[in-house]
Design a protein around this ligand. Structure first.
Ligand SMILES: Nc1ncnc2c1ncn2[C@@H]1O[C@H](COP(=O)(O)OP(=O)(O)OP(=O)(O)O)[C@@H](O)[C@H]1O
Length: 285
């Protein structure tokens, strides 16, 4: 089954913040795409505008220039066609797991029995059915984030927008979450735009990765991940994985150095080369 919708088109988008003379240019002239059913990650130095861009696609942040399209239609605010998952779990503490998941459907006017069936199906996929009547405070961090993902998926969005969703989790839980997310994504065939600081995570999960420059964030490179699906943890030792990891590390390090100023790079760190991965896999812009 291949996805037909969920095409995100970010065209020459610029976003700045500020008032009374002090303007911060967060994102400048960014163009990127997520094809229907594709898993795309955004990675880049801290403060380069990743969250700003994702928030704009979510419809939470206005853009100054360019255009944002979902399946050809302009994005002009939040909508149930996009599910959003943040690093903070943001569940309603007074509601049970299932009621949290049902919330978006209730807001859309979906009746009780359909809501319940849909919530239970998704909770089953995420291995959480046994916890449907628990409250968030009774769950571990990984479980809370799984509920957050299930909640974002409940309204059947075409696109899932994820901003460092596993950033607060320990590495064991994180890798289990990565596998759960990949499984759910493969079954549901939706598009994902995923932000992470973790290069290994970006490679393991993605079809393509955009590396951003230091602020104002622009697209520095676009890389295809040449690994088959389904992904297996042992692929992390493959030459392709290791080469891509090295390439992205160098690209980001160059940008972090640029952001920190030329003195540092003149003081012994200069000479770091931007090694390119497998031929054709990396397109430095
Ligand atoms: N609401 C806002 N008002 C003013 N400045 C903002 C606002 N949101 C973001 N910024 C600024 O825009 C720039 C980009 O921030 P953003 O959070 O998008 O970066 P990021 O790449 O997601 O960072 P990190 O990886 O550290 O989470 C930063 O300089 C930030 O201070």
């Amino acid at each position: 089954m291949s996805a037909q919708s969920g095409h995100v088109d970010v065209r020459d988008v610029s976003i700045s913040f500020g008032a009374r003379g002090s303007v911060i240019e967060a994102v400048k002239g960014v163009s990127l795409q997520v094809q229907p059913g594709e898993f795309v990650s955004l990675i880049g130095p801290s403060g380069c505008g990743k969250s700003t861009l994702l928030n704009a696609v979510a419809g939470f942040t206005e853009i100054d220039a360019g255009s944002l399209l979902l399946d050809g239609a302009p994005i002009d605010g939040p909508g149930s066609d996009r599910g959003v998952v943040f690093q903070q779990y943001s569940l309603f503490p007074w509601m049970t797991v299932r009621k949290n998941v049902e919330f978006g459907l209730k807001m859309k006017g979906v009746g009780q029995s359909v809501r319940e069936t849909q919530a239970r199906t998704l909770l089953g996929l995420a291995g959480l059915l046994a916890f449907e009547n628990h409250y968030p405070a009774q769950l571990s961090g990984g479980m809370k984030q799984r509920v957050g993902i299930v909640r974002a998926l409940a309204t059947s969005p075409q696109v899932l927008l994820m901003d460092e969703p596993f950033g607060a989790l320990d590495s064991q839980t994180r890798s289990v979450m990565q596998e759960i997310l990949t499984n759910m994504w493969q079954r549901l065939r939706l598009s994902v735009l995923f932000i992470t600081h973790d290069i290994e995570e970006a490679i393991f999960l993605s079809d393509r990765i955009y590396v951003m420059t230091a602020r104002p964030g622009r697209v520095k490179a676009e890389l295809k991940v040449p690994l088959p699906r389904p992904r297996k943890p042992e692929m992390m030792d493959s030459p392709e994985f290791v080469a891509l990891m090295r390439t992205i590390k160098a690209l980001i390090r160059d940008e972090s150095l640029a952001a920190m100023g030329s003195e540092l790079s003149d003081g012994g760190l200069r000479g770091l080369s931007t090694e390119l991965g497998p031929e054709g896999a990396c397109h430095v812009l």
